[in-house]
Design a protein around this ligand. Structure first.
Ligand SMILES: *Cc1c(COP(=O)(O)O)cnc(C)c1O
Length: 458
């Protein structure tokens, strides 16, 4: 195996890595901060060098579809934060999930995935990847027997989110990783909601970690991006017949065998870049890579503050007479509270949801009541995003998860009266006052005086 493209993480703390890792001032003008390399292509020193780069004989950057120096810093930094060996950054989280599954599943491959997934991932798995001959079985992520029973000889990966949304189910990562490894396949974890500050799935057995960097990694809601991290733990050489994309000669590179040339921790990234990103083109722009790097520098500060605010708000909502249920695993009594304590010792993510109380006299009008609450909010914004500095609210059943069947919705724990929140960086008192104001008309007691009382409920 050759040296890794990604250096070992320095013996530095999380915050030092999130601000500095992967960037060494010293290029051209010694910029103190990573520069935006806004160029489509890179000049070769000679034709011999060009030939070496095209044949993967030498590492280097040819064209911005595959890489840019700004993107490389982002990849190294996210790999360091996740404790991984290498990473590939792409145009969106959706692209990161897609290229990861394409690279692992191959033709005719099968995926076992959790029921509790981001709606876009469900669409990708059951619709677009189906067109490519890749099939999927969805299982309840808490049901170990269901995971085992769904695995077939064609299964090439297990897929789940560390913390799902909107219900905030916490995955028992170790349990599912062990099931994957017994079957000789890797576990892929979408850690978008978890973030490497709160949980590093690789430490619990996950082999690949994907992110929508659009969300918490960037944190500012300005730029799309995605990253896949190879933890360097899965050995595709152990069963070479099962993984021909790594172990057989790759004709486009003069019959190079990726596993022999690049090995564990790097071959996957080379395959993703040189085949899937190269051929399909979901490239990250240097500008967006730079934007995401700016966001990552404050990841721990933001996520720590957002998680603390979210827990305060969840506790408040749990006492509120217009709220039937709060789905926040930081609350005692929540079904995933113990898993949260095990996997999320620094705090639970700030994306959670609550169900507004039903009106027994008018059960049919749940949607009207949800609309009344959402349209009554002034500080929370109705936006299809999470992880932003701004607090955001969404209605999964008619927005992010509207493509799911009613069976899939209930399997994911979502009801028509479920409202998702993503708590931002505003003052928690303002956020609580906003929710109280919007929920006040729903309080079962119809007298205005009582309503006023509850508005100041704390
Ligand atoms: C948003 C999101 C994605 C998709 O990411 P984009 O950057 O929007 O393409 C994937 N997984 C999860 C959990 C997400 O929240």
């Amino acid at each position: 195996m050759t040296s890794r493209l990604v250096p070992e993480a320095p013996a530095a703390g999380f915050a030092t890595n999130q601000v500095q890792h992967g960037f060494t001032p010293g290029a051209a003008h010694r910029t103190a901060v990573p520069a935006i390399h806004q160029t489509a292509a890179y000049e070769f020193a000679s034709l011999a060098e060009a030939a070496d780069l095209f044949a993967l004989r030498k590492p280097g950057i040819i064209y911005s579809r595959n890489a840019s120096p700004t993107q490389t810093i982002l990849e190294e930094r996210v790999a360091a934060l996740e404790g991984g060996a290498s990473a590939v950054a792409v145009a969106s989280g959706q692209a990161a999930v897609a290229v990861t599954i394409l690279a692992l599943a191959g033709r005719g491959g099968h995926v076992v995935a959790a029921n509790q997934l981001y709606g876009g991932t469900v669409d990708l798995l059951q619709d677009t990847l189906d067109d490519f001959g890749i099939s999927v079985t969805f299982v309840d992520q808490d049901d170990a027997d269901a995971w085992r029973a769904a695995i077939t000889p064609q299964t090439r990966l297990l897929f789940a989110e560390s913390v799902a949304n909107p219900i905030a189910q916490v995955l028992d990562i170790r349990l599912v990783a062990d099931i994957a490894h017994e079957a000789g396949v890797p576990l892929v974890i979408d850690n978008t909601v978890g973030t490497p500050y709160l949980v590093r799935p690789g430490e619990h057995g996950a082999d690949f970690v994907v992110h929508s960097a659009t969300k918490f990694l960037a944190g500012h809601g300005t730029s799309l991006g995605g990253v896949v991290i190879d933890q360097g733990s899965f050995d595709f050489g152990a069963e070479p017949e099962r993984w021909p994309q790594f172990t057989r000669p790759f004709p486009r590179f003069g019959d190079l065998v990726l596993w022999e040339r690049f090995g564990i921790g790097l071959a996957f990234a080379v395959l993703v870049k040189s085949k899937y990103v190269h051929d399909l083109g979901p490239s990250l722009s240097p500008f967006n890579a730079w934007q995401i790097l700016q966001g990552i520098e404050t990841l721990d500060l933001r996520v720590g503050r957002q998680s603390a605010s979210a827990l305060t708000i969840a506790r408040h909502l749990a006492q509120h007479p217009a709220v039937a249920q709060v789905h926040h695993p930081g609350l005692t009594g929540n079904q995933w509270h113990e898993l949260a304590q095990r996997y999320l010792p620094r705090g639970v993510p700030s994306v959670f949801s609550f169900d507004i109380a039903q009106d027994d006299a008018d059960a049919a009008d749940d949607i009207g009541r949800v609309a009344q609450v959402i349209d009554g909010l002034e500080v929370f914004r109705l936006v299809a995003n999470i992880g932003d500095a701004r607090s955001i609210v969404a209605h999964p059943a008619s927005m992010t998860h509207s493509h799911l069947s009613s069976g899939q919705l209930s399997a994911a724990g979502i009801s028509p009266s479920t409202i998702r929140v993503s708590v931002g960086l505003e003052d928690p008192a303002d956020l609580i006052a906003d929710l109280d104001r919007a929920l006040a008309p729903l309080i079962p007691t119809r007298s205005a005086a009582d309503r006023e009382d509850v508005r100041h409920y704390a």
